[in-house]
Design a protein around this ligand. Structure first.
Ligand code: SF4
Ligand code: SF4
Length: 248
């Protein structure tokens, strides 16, 4: 199914205010996560059972030796052919379902009967996270409860800059392509991710690896589990980082 809904996340407009991250917590009634200083402005350190959305920070050296920030609002990509679903299908049918109206990939209570590692290892974007005590899994739901009632996902509703967008998938594809054309003069390396196989597209101003390890996959997610993804990422980082000065 390639109709339904999609997010278009324009990172060229993101100021890292983290409004989307907080709005997600608030709507889903998720508790605060205890954090610590781990040497980055990114906080908390990673997605978790209680954090479905996280604005990732990467700091690099710019051409004039000044720091350049890359912000990446991370969340489930709601893959068109989700490898997480594929991984549990034989074991617990209905543990992961696709919402007909939106295309959202949703975890159900039946998933509690499965080995969480099957799902954790299957996602090429390292998205789902398990609760420490129970092993139950959680991730972004696309706010289907809001969307079914004519509302935008909480993160999109909150974003003050227009970085977060949501709507019919074909319209989001069009919007993403239009924005790429608009920003191309300012950001010659700008690129779009996810248009072919995901429901979350990113406009990145630079090479995806500058943003985050799992910012982009080279194969459709259904053909890629975590191990394959990491192997491919290792190869492309080796090819790419020769002249890169990363200090965060
Ligand atoms: S494979 Fe990962 S990113 Fe894709 S739908 Fe499943 S949890 Fe989300
Ligand atoms: S609310 Fe918008 S501008 Fe703020 S961090 Fe999220 S995507 Fe970026």
């Amino acid at each position: 199914m390639s109709s339904g809904k999609a997010f278009f996340i324009d990172t060229t407009l993101c100021t890292a205010c983290r409004g989307c991250q907080i709005a997600c917590k608030q709507w889903n009634q998720l508790p605060a996560t205890k954090t610590h200083n781990w040497g980055s402005m990114q906080n908390p350190e990673n997605l978790s059972y209680d954090t479905y959305k996280l604005v990732r920070f990467e700091e690099h050296n710019g051409p004039d030796n000044k720091p350049v920030w890359y912000f990446f609002p991370d969340q489930c990509r709601h893959c068109l052919e989700p490898s997480c679903k594929e991984a549990v299908e034989g074991e617990v049918s209905g543990g992961i379902i696709i919402d007909r109206r939106t295309g959202a990939v949703l975890f159900t209570n039946k998933l509690k009967k499965t080995d969480p590692d099957n799902v954790l290892n299957a996602c090429p974007f390292d998205v789902p996270k398990a609760q420490k005590k129970t092993g139950f899994l959680a991730k972004c739901t696309m706010c289907v409860d809001r969307v079914h009632n004519g509302l935008l996902p909480a993160c999109v509703r909150t974003c003050p800059t227009g970085a977060m967008n949501f709507g019919d998938r074909d319209k989001m594809v069009k919007m993403a392509r239009g924005r790429l054309t608009e920003v191309n003069t300012r950001f010659p390396m700008a690129t779009l991710t996810g248009l072919d196989d995901l429901r979350v597209f990113y406009l990145l101003s630079d090479v995806p690896k500058m943003y985050y390890t799992y910012a982009k996959m080279d194969l459709p997610p259904v053909h890629m589990d975590r191990k394959t993804a990491l192997r491919k990422i290792g190869q492309s980082i080796k090819e790419f980082t020769g002249d890169l000065d990363i200090y965060s």
